[in-house]
Design a protein around this ligand. Structure first.
Ligand SMILES: *[C@@H]1O[C@H](CO)[C@@H](O)[C@H](O)[C@H]1NC(C)=O
Length: 446
């Protein structure tokens, strides 16, 4: 009798949890804390992101790494992060006193775990973790310790799987897309010959983590990073009841580093003709849903930044992509990274009253809107008479991000994740509103 009653109670509590947890749309705000150690305009400290937080349901701390020998979760910047009074971990989790409803997750991986020797992304140690059962236990235990110690509400597994090889460029711009097996590398070798095993082992890790999280009710999310072929590593059917949500980082389909010779839409919502039909928001979400993930657990990642290429004289006057390119555009004042602009920087470059008469490196870019809401927006500037300063940028602004949020809402998906707060307009320099991209996303869900 008693047993029966407690079972019913557990089921009932589970149901209440499910309803509470899933009825609200998620606005998942990533904060890449590497921005806190930058100098100048790109520096974004925890205090700077506070104005954003009333719009977020989740704040995700990016990023922790993985110790290659012990398989424990490992801070990437021990000195700045771990101090119990004023380290970054504590600074972030203490934001909960002001925003008690905010769930704060620690994210591991996120393409931030990079070999300092050669700047290559680590993925071997992530696969080695999957292959080791004792490693999985060590990882899980270390995660629980760190969540407890610093007061996080859960973990985001932004696992660094091997990435697909960049697509082959078309022989000439505008020619028909020729099919090319994405998992097959240049030498004809798959990126990961053991992906089937790794997929099962990843399921094992997710199940183990979630089971160990139950007592403390920690949340667990999985993020599929750009250019990872999710079908190779995600057994959605088997993990769907062990994750609170899965975020598709639905952007960086092309980047100036991976695709230096061809600029194109980096984050389309729907399929674009003559492109791979599997690489857009709609297709990625459909993959999760067809695997049985309830739609309210599908979260779509939206970038706050632009991907920028240098373009040369033979670019067409409409700027219509794909456009032949010559590597990343020169770095800007804020990100100080070639080929990457924050929204504040983009806003400054688009034609406005301040830049309309400027020339050369400061000449304005023309924005091309997307009334179809399929592809996303871009902006470009043709090279000058000497063939210099040509630029093409695929990016997101409040309007295009709002369109994505409306798409997500229309499909009944679980929400949007913004990558990341530090590259939105943190100071409100564009339109006087701080975090205008986030703001528009949130308003679409009201
Ligand atoms: C991902 O891998 C599957 C299975 O090998 C393949 O069919 C699919 O085309 C790949 N997706 C992309 C975008 O390359």
């Amino acid at each position: 009798m008693k047993k029966d009653f407690s079972l019913k109670l557990i089921l009932l509590l589970g149901l209440v949890n499910a309803i509470n947890g899933d009825s609200r749309t998620r606005v998942v705000c990533y904060y890449d804390t590497r921005s806190s150690s930058k100098t100048g305009l790109g520096k974004v400290m925890p205090v700077d992101i506070e104005p954003a937080l009333s719009s977020c349901t989740h704040l995700v701390y990016g990023y922790a790494g993985l110790d290659a020998t012990t398989f424990k979760i490992a801070p990437l910047r021990t000195n700045e992060e771990l101090d119990k009074t004023n380290g970054l971990y504590k600074q972030i989790t203490s934001l909960k006193t002001k925003y008690p409803n905010l769930k704060i997750l620690l994210s591991v991986g996120g393409d931030a775990d990079v070999d300092p020797e050669n700047e290559k992304l680590f993925y071997e140690k992530y696969l080695a973790l999957l292959e080791s059962s004792t490693g999985k236990i060590a990882f899980t235990n270390s995660v629980i310790l760190i969540l407890q110690d610093y007061g996080f509400d859960g973990l985001d597994l932004a696992f660094q799987f091997p990435k697909m090889k960049p697509k082959k460029i078309r022989s000439s711009v505008g020619s028909v897309w020729h099919s090319f097996k994405k998992t097959i590398g240049v030498a004809g070798k798959p990126v990961d010959e053991n992906s089937e095993q790794h997929k099962d082992q990843f399921t094992g890790l997710v199940v183990e983590l979630k089971n160990s999280f139950r007592l403390e009710k920690y949340e667990l999310s999985v993020t599929v990073l750009p250019n990872v072929n999710a079908t190779l590593y995600l057994d959605v059917q088997s993990i769907k009841n062990y994750v609170d949500f899965i975020t598709m980082a639905a952007f960086d389909v092309v980047t100036p580093i991976r695709n230096p010779k061809e600029a194109d839409y980096p984050a389309p919502t729907l399929s674009v003709s003559d492109r791979n039909t599997e690489e857009n928001v709609d297709a990625w979400a459909a993959f999760l849903v067809s695997g049985g993930l309830p739609s309210y657990r599908v979260v779509i990642g939206v970038p706050s930044y632009g991907r920028a290429w240098k373009i040369e004289a033979d670019a067409t006057v409409t700027g219509s992509p794909p456009v032949q390119a010559d590597g990343p555009a020169p770095e800007g004042v804020q990100t100080r990274t070639a080929g990457l602009f924050s929204y504040t920087e983009m806003c400054d470059k688009i034609l406005n009253t301040r830049n309309k008469d400027l020339k050369g490196e400061y000449a304005p870019l023309r924005k091309i809107a997307d009334p179809t809401k399929r592809y996303g927006i871009y902006a470009f500037r043709l090279p000058d008479e000497n063939g210099d300063y040509g630029m093409w940028v695929g990016y997101e602004d409040p309007e295009s991000a709002g369109n994505k949020a409306a798409f997500v809402r229309g499909k009944g998906f679980g929400g949007i994740a913004l990558f990341d707060l530090s590259l939105d307009d943190v100071k409100g320099a564009c339109h006087g509103t701080k975090f205008p991209i986030l703001e528009r996303i949130k308003n679409k869900f009201n």
